[in-house]
Structures are given as structure tokens and as C-alpha cells.
Design a binder for this molecule. Structure first.
Ligand SMILES: *Cc1c(COP(=O)(O)O)cnc(C)c1O
Length: 368
């Protein structure tokens, strides 16, 4: 079986360092926040090219606290895309604001800047572009629209650690950038984790208070906060892993190039592309095909595991029916959700495995 993702392969390569880091935390007797989390915050903020990093327990919490710290709440509208993981929309609802959805571009599958202005109302306060699959949204026009209308931009960079747009790292272009360290993300904890990065000191201070019950000092609560703190073990593990992230990203990029070379030129298979001026970090390698279910079954029969990111856009999910959207409202997102098929990609994937995946796809396509 060629898996979509193999976390054990990564663990085998750096297991000793991780175990030493974890044992260090266990012996320290200090298990929440503390020096391991602080040094990871500094190193990851530095990696993103921002001044501050506030570590939290999940990427969803990073989004939630970024919105609250930017002053967004009930009565406000936040523009984002329906072609994302539900957490983006959930975080807007947690903040008490209303998600307003805008369709994606056909090529990048990220928020379409050309459609944003029509969705702006007097209640609009923020835009959340989602850097889907590891490629940044078209940030320059998005920032220009935000600037013109006095809106805040918060980047959902949960899939885009180290991605770049015109030389700017993901997370560094908006007021805040939000990352997830869920185990399967490009930088993954041994458990849950997240961080918001920002250049804005006030926003960082607010988020730091809110993640720890709104405490200014112990038992002095100046805001109604949350328990969104990061564990020391995750801070220590992530510090070890961050040192490898650039190598891992380069390996993902090599794999994507190999897929493109092997799969190019087939009419019924659309390949994902790295757009000009961007550095794609290939969290997901999703091809597109109108006959997705047939291909998915054929690959499974050939022991190739695939994934669907995502089979139903958020506006058509039952839980979010009350947003008030329906079928046909976002044609590109709906088409993408029918056509995308994620192939195995992770740093330790071997070239023979990529060749086997490509061969299985070709066999199926030519049989049809
Ligand atoms: C993973 C993810 C999140 C949520 O991160 P968690 O750490 O699971 O809370 C949010 N947005 C996107 C686009 C994601 O991929």
C-alpha cells in the first residue's frame, strides 16, 4: 500500500531527537507554555518573517484569537472561501461574526480577488484568504481591496508553512497569519498545536492574554478568555522538527515535479500548478479529473491510497446550511469539490512510489 501520508516514516528519521526533547520536558516538571513554547514561538515567527508568534492549542484557536484580537465580533461580516476545511468558517462563527463566502479562482483554487468587492457591505470587517494545499492566495489584490475598504486581512496559512508570494512568507502579509501543527500538516506536532504570527504588538498581546483565560497576571482576568495554551511537549517537538522543515519542503517540491513530469499530457487529468511568483509547499497534491470516483477506485485496487480535499464545499455541508447558501452559489468551488483527487505526498515518499502511482493512473486512464 502506498499511503497518502506516512507519519511513521518521518518519526523513524528523527525519532531519537524527538524522544530526547520529550524526555527533557518530562523531567523538567513544566508541562504547559514555558521556555520550550517561547523558544518555538521565536523561531517560528522568525521563520515566517514576523516579529511575534503566539502559540496555541490548534490552528482553529489561532484563527479565533486573531479575529477577536482584531476586534471582530457580533454584527461583523468576514469574507472567506467555501473551498476550505470547515475550521475557517467555524472560527468566524466562534468570534460571533457572520461568514460571507466568495468563490475561488479556477487555477489556484484560492479566494478570487475579482469577486470580493461585490461581497463587501458596511458590516464587512475582515477577509480570510486560505492558502489552500500549500499555495498562497493572490495576496496583492486582496490587500489592495482590504486597504481601500479599511478591512483587516487574516491569513489562514494552516496548510502553507513556508509558502511564499513575491518573496513574502505565508503569515507575514496580513495583520495576522494562522498556522496549524496538526500531525499531518507540513510542520506537525505529536498531538495538537497552532500559532498566530503577526507584526502587531497589540494583537500579539491580546492573543497571548486570551489564550490563557484573559489573565493579565495570575488570577487577574482583564478579558473573557479561553484555555488555548500550547503544551510544552509540543513546543519541544516542534522546535526539533522546525530545523528540518526546509529540507522536507524541498523534498515535497521534488516529488511534485516528478508527478508533473510523469502525468503531463493526459487530456482527462488536470495537474496542479505552481503559479508565477509563488512558492508552493505542496501540503496536498491534488489532480483534477471529471471521472474521479472511477480513478479513485482503480487506484485503491492498485494499492494507492488517495484523499479528497474536500468532497463537499462548506456552503453545502448540512451543519452550515443556516449560512443561507445553496447549490449553484459557488460554481468553481462546487466543480473543484467534484473533481479533485489528492495523491500521496510527504517528504519521505520514494521515487519508485511516485512512479507506481503514475503508472496506476495511466493504466486506468488508457483503459477507459
Ligand atoms: C487544518 C486546518 C485548519 C485547522 O487547524 P486545526 O489545528 O486542526 O484546528 C484550519 N484551516 C485550514 C485550511 C486547515 O487545513
Amino acid at each position: 500500500m502506498i499511503p497518502l501520508l506516512d507519519l511513521r516514516a518521518q518519526y523513524r528519521s528523527i525519532g531519537d531527537d524527538i524522544e530526547n526533547a520529550v524526555i527533557g520536558v518530562l523531567r523538567s516538571g513544566h508541562y504547559i507554555l514555558g521556555q520550550h513554547v517561547e523558544s518555538f514561538e521565536r523561531e517560528f515567527a522568525d521563520y515566517c518573517g514576523t516579529r511575534f508568534g503566539v502559540a496555541v492549542n490548534t490552528g482553529t484557536s489561532a484563527l479565533h484569537l486573531s479575529l477577536l484580537s482584531a476586534g471582530i465580533g457580533p454584527g461583523d461580516e468576514v469574507i472567506t472561501t467555501p473551498f476550505t476545511f470547515v475550521a475557517t468558517i467555524a472560527a468566524i462563527l466562534y468570534a460571533g461574526a457572520r461568514p460571507v463566502l466568495v468563490d475561488i479562482e479556477a487555477d489556484s483554487m484560492t479566494l478570487d480577488p475579482a469577486l470580493i468587492e461585490a461581497a463587501i457591505t458596511p458590516a464587512t470587517k475582515a477577509i480570510i484568504p486560505v492558502h489552500l494545499y500549500g499555495q498562497m492566495a493572490d495576496m496583492d489584490p486582496i490587500l489592495a481591496i482590504a486597504d481601500k475598504h479599511g478591512l483587516v486581512v487574516i491569513e489562514d496559512a494552516c496548510q502553507a508553512h513556508g509558502a511564499e508570494y513575491r518573496g513574502h512568507r505565508a503569515g507575514s502579509m496580513g495583520l495576522a497569519g494562522c498556522f496549524s501543527f496538526y500531525p499531518g500538516k507540513n510542520l506537525g506536532a505529536c498531538g495538537e498545536g497552532g500559532m498566530l504570527v503577526t507584526d502587531d504588538e497589540n494583537l500579539a498581546n491580546s492573543a497571548r492574554r486570551l489564550r490563557d483565560w484573559g489573565q493579565q497576571e495570575r488570577y487577574h482576568h482583564v478579558a473573557k478568555g479561553f484555555n488555548y495554551r500550547m503544551d510544552a511537549i509540543q513546543g519541544a517537538v516542534l522546535t526539533v522538527k522546525l530545523a528540518h522543515l526546509e529540507d522536507w519542503t524541498e523534498q515535497r517540491r521534488v516529488h511534485a515535479r516528478r508527478y508533473a513530469k510523469l502525468l503531463g499530457g493526459m487530456n482527462s487529468i488536470g495537474l496542479p500548478t505552481e503559479l508565477e511568483d509563488r512558492r508552493h509547499v505542496w501540503h496536498v497534491y491534488a489532480i483534477r479529473t471529471p471521472d474521479r470516483e472511477v480513478l479513485r477506485r482503480a487506484l485503491a485496487e492498485n494499492d494507492v491510497q488517495t484523499g479528497l480535499h474536500y468532497p463537499i464545499p462548506v456552503h453545502l455541508q448540512r451543519a452550515y446550511a443556516d449560512l443561507g447558501y445553496g447549490r449553484g452559489d459557488f460554481p468553481e468551488a462546487e466543480r473543484a469539490s467534484r473533481e479533485v483527487l489528492s495523491l500521496p505526498i510527504y517528504p519521505e515518499l520514494e521515487s519508485w512510489q511516485i512512479e507506481a502511482v503514475a503508472k496506476a493512473i495511466k493504466r486506468d486512464v488508457y483503459v477507459q
